[in-house]
Write a protein that binds this ligand. Structure first.
Ligand SMILES: [Fe+2]
Length: 387
């Protein structure tokens, strides 16, 4: 809490080295090599292997004169056990640099392995903020979805399989050394994930923009992400044109830079216990919660709405008329047109669990930067409306 408050007046902005462009995944080997690696621990998943991207990455590593160990025990909502098994494998194999290729699951698994091989213990020991003491091995992250932002962020989210909840780990140490985005990888992303990962990015951008820890540096990136999503989200979902997909990739990057530095809010505070308890898609949960949280936040963020309305494609800069309704309606229309799910019930959430989920959300680190304070009853009301 003290850290967040002190950042309100001290503009701190942390980002990794960023490489972005079509066809650049082939640079993965040179990135790992110039960080001093010799034996790469490559984390990815079955879907990317089948699509051919893992093969491309492996060839690049070999061409750079590196050997590698391939680890693909990665599931959506990455689990503590997968990270702990990965760390044991890293140590057994004597790897010295980590590359994560994939969505949030592969990248957060890579981060988790990096934490454990340098700090020991279990991954749950690092839940919360700034618990990591020792420096991590070099880390390269390559996102292949349009949402997570893990490739630039100081966050990792891990499923605690014993407690059935998501743990948020926050530390400057887990922003990677290099974030390498090749938008061509979106060409093989299944349709449903284009929508759900992009709505995650939309949620990152809006929560970062309204966060009490937002600054002029984070606002620039949040609004840029909103503009790119307004322009290309629906078209990318329906037509899958490379230019629109690239815009989603870029939006994810901008939203990631924004939220990594300004943190998030109630959408993610609620999404974490829901995702952890039901093992459901993170972006879908966010898309459902976002309109209700927006309705809750809008009364206390009025001064920021005209800029957001501009980001959403309305108003000229400096105009202010009717921006509250405009923002609410436009975000809801964007979510509707993208085909995102609209009720928690449709994801299999059980009504009787809502009070417990609200209670857990109050303990999530993301609640700290919500622009509007919320108690258990407020959170429960939001959940009920989204049900
Ligand atoms: Fe997210």
């Amino acid at each position: 809490m003290e850290n967040v408050e002190s950042n309100l007046h001290h503009c701190k902005f942390e980002v990794p080295e960023i490489i972005f462009g079509r066809g650049l995944l082939s640079q993965i080997g040179s990135c790992a090599r110039r960080l001093g690696g010799r034996k790469v621990f490559l984390v990815s998943d079955q879907g990317l292997f089948t699509a051919g991207w893992v093969d491309l990455a492996m060839r690049s590593l070999l061409e750079a004169g590196l050997s590698f160990v391939y680890y693909d025990q990665v599931t959506p909502n990455p689990r503590d056990t997968e990270i702990e098994d990965g760390a044991a494998e890293y140590i057994r194999q004597g790897a010295d640099v980590i590359v994560g290729l994939g969505g949030g699951s592969a990248m957060d698994t890579a981060k988790g392995v990096a934490i454990l091989v340098s700090n020991g213990g279990r991954i749950r020991d690092f839940e919360g903020s700034d618990k990591i003491i020792r420096p991590l091995p070099p880390l390269v992250l390559c996102p292949t979805t349009c949402g997570t932002g893990s490739d630039v962020s100081q966050f990792a989210v891990v499923n605690d399989t014993e407690r059935r909840c998501k743990m948020t780990i926050m530390s400057r140490c887990i922003a990677p050394d290099i974030s390498l985005t090749d938008p061509d990888t979106l060409s093989t992303l299944p349709d449903e994930y284009v929508c759900t990962t992009a709505t995650d990015a939309l949620s990152h951008a809006l929560e970062a923009f309204f966060s009490v820890a937002s600054t002029s540096l984070t606002d620039v990136h949040a609004i840029k992400a909103v503009r790119l999503l307004s322009k290309s989200l629906v078209k990318a979902v329906r037509e899958r044109r490379p230019d629109d997909l690239e815009n989603l990739s870029r939006a994810s990057l901008h939203a990631g830079m924004a939220f990594s530095n300004s943190l998030l809010g109630i959408v993610h505070a609620l999404a974490h216990p829901i995702g952890g308890f039901y093992d459901v898609n993170h972006g879908s949960v966010n898309a459902i919660l976002l309109p209700e949280v927006l309705r809750y936040d809008i009364p206390v963020v009025a001064e920021k709405l005209p800029e957001l309305a501009w980001g959403l494609g309305h108003l000229s800069k400096g105009e202010t008329n009717g921006s509250a309704e405009m923002v609410q309606d436009t975000v809801e229309a964007l979510l509707d047109a993208s085909g995102a799910p609209r009720s928690l019930r449709s994801l299999g959430v059980v009504r009787e669990d809502l009070p417990d989920l609200a209670r857990k959300a109050l303990k999530d680190v993301c609640i700290v930067t919500s622009p509007r304070e919320a108690d258990e009853k407020d959170l429960l009301r939001i959940l009920e409306k989204a049900y």
